[in-house]
Write a new protein. Structure first.
Length: 131
């Protein structure tokens, strides 16, 4: 009888939670597909993905560095080093780039573009405060 009770309890559990079970199975399948797709990409494709994400997050990294060294004058190289360190920590695939020199140049260009955007935002905020 205990086997039948166990089967009955299992079926009741499934009946009461079938939507949750289906959602969990769907999530597991989706995450597995995404992981397989990502890991099947070449290093160059992974690096391209990382560069796109870097461009999207660069403004935050720079503003964080600006806040960390707000009191310091002439701390541009320290801020730059902090941003690059964070990038390599957050995107370890970057260490696999064979031409590190061109990668650093690209990062520097991305930093310069984000600095222009940051300055524009700061100026706009100052104008808003005056009004």
């Amino acid at each position: 009888m205990s086997i039948l009770d166990g089967i009955k309890n299992f079926l009741e559990l499934v009946n009461e939670n079938w939507t949750t079970i289906i959602v969990i199975i769907g999530l597991v399948i989706a995450i597995t597909k995404k992981a397989i797709t990502y890991f099947s990409k070449s290093d160059e494709e992974k690096i391209a993905i990382a560069k796109k994400q870097i461009q999207e997050t660069m403004l935050k990294l720079i503003s964080d560095a600006e806040q960390d060294y707000d009191e310091w004058k002439q701390a541009g190289s320290i801020k730059r080093a902090q941003v690059i360190d964070e990038l390599f920590a957050n995107y370890p695939i970057l260490s696999k780039v064979t031409d590190q020199e061109s990668l650093i140049k690209w990062i520097d260009n991305t930093i310069d573009e984000a600095l222009v955007t940051l300055r524009d935002i700061v100026e706009e905020n100052k104008k808003q405060e005056v009004m």
